[in-house]
Ligand binder design. Sequence first.
Ligand SMILES: Cc1cc2nc3c(=O)[nH]c(=O)nc-3n(C[C@H](O)[C@H](O)[C@H](O)COP(=O)(O)OP(=O)(O)OC[C@H]3O[C@@H](n4cnc5c(N)ncnc54)[C@H](O)[C@@H]3O)c2cc1C
Length: 498
Amino acid sequence: MRGDSEDDREDRAESAGRGIHWFRNDLRLHDNTALAALADRVEAWLPVFVLDPELLGAGGRETPRARFLLGCVDRLGDALARRGVPLQILEGEPAKVLPELVRASGARVVSWNVGATPLARRRDERVRRVLEDAGIEVVTCRDHTVFGPGEIRTGKGDPYSVYTPYRNAWWSRWQEAPRWSAARSRIPKATIPPGRGRRARFASLGAEDEAAAQLPTPGEDAARRRLRAFLSGPARRYHLDRDRPDIDGTSRLSPYLRFGAISARHCVSEGLRAIEADPALEAGISKWLDEIVWREFYAAVLENEPRVLGESYRREYDGVRWSRDESHFEAWCEGRTGYPFVDAGMRQLRETGWMHNRVRMIVASFLTKHLLIDWRRGERHFFEALVDGDPASNNGGWQWAASTGTDPQPYFRIFNPVSQGERWDPEGRYVRRWVPELRDLDARVLHAPWKADRPIPGYPAPIVEHKAARERALEAFAAARAGRQADRAEGQADRAER
Ligand SMILES: Cc1cc2nc3c(=O)[nH]c(=O)nc-3n(C[C@H](O)[C@H](O)[C@H](O)COP(=O)(O)OP(=O)(O)OC[C@H]3O[C@@H](n4cnc5c(N)ncnc54)[C@H](O)[C@@H]3O)c2cc1C
């Protein structure tokens, strides 16, 4: 370019080898697909995290999910600092603040791993447009799951609507998937030199207070430690213990997977390696790996049918006439329904931001069937309260429990919260831990305290009676189906007349 000084020309040549990696739900340095792709393209880089208010949701920085996320960002910042790379933390709308950093740093390439939700996709598109208009190369990869939504399809090329055939197809493709390996853990060699007005600010984001202390230790190192501890311990009995909330029998890796502190690829590769080393682990670990595939399945459902965030997957249930009883919803949220297994779960959630899977199924069923409250309200409450709140798995879990989803629990099969408690918490250890009012109650009546021979101070009577609630739910669901069938028949008759 005429008129350019020699310095300008040198700067431009130098900046061709400069890139930025935008960390999002991939808060790790190992096995990070887009980061490795950036390392193949540029010599020097800057890592950035954007604290986007839209990302945090209504609860802001105070929800367990936000705290854990910010803790992971903190740990990522430490890991980068140990490598002499300063993590840039920006606040604001990514389409505005990222291009500013790109300009100031002289980067020519920006990489990120794509998001799966409609919100993330819209945001990514905005950022891509602004950067590409400015002549910046954008490198995006898929990383949040092993396979993307278009990769596992039926013979006809349609998305799967049922888990088991999806799982079979998933495993038949696994050999083609990239394996976790140290070679996939590349980062660019150098850091973009300081100066040029970039922000070298790294604030400590994760609050170290009492609420944070309840949360799992954030970060990539903790995730890898947890995976190792699980595979060398509880994994052996996972198939036997996974439904017992009174036993620490699951991996508790969900928050780490949610924010990409560990990759699903890594979990699957290490699980298979553990089975190879000790075939006696097969029963437990195979079952566990199938749970990781559930996560992939729900991610694919959401990407293929984003409408599920607001609508029933099975449209015949969109007509269910839900109850609007606010006192019931509040009692459920607070863990004061009078059903100990339900209350223990809801109190565990309130106090720790986590709940055991079996109990999630029971409390979700209780809300949608016994209380006949719209699954979308429960879904929203969980999303705000859970440390692993994930749009795809949460939606999948809620629609399953409400019988409106892909492989739903049939609507006429309604969990009995008493017999479920007796079966999965037989000595009542889980209930005693979270519902102190019942701590001294005899195990024979612990899950049905109204049968005790004395009143229990401070613990409520059941807010609904099981049998009557069950009948009401059956009627409401059957009526919705019948309404849908009638609509369909009417539609067919109309079409036949035309
Ligand atoms: C109503 C309801 C809401 C849920 N909401 C969420 C959510 O917001 N976020 C979330 O990560 N999971 C959700 N789940 C799924 C499941 O409860 C959690 O993933 C699991 O309890 C996490 O514990 P863990 O890591 O010890 O799981 P493990 O039993 O060790 O399983 C390993 C991993 O597999 C995945 N997984 C396990 N079970 C499921 C499942 N049923 N669906 C999808 N993925 C699964 C998780 O990533 C989990 O970390 C929900 C389930 C229900 C019934």
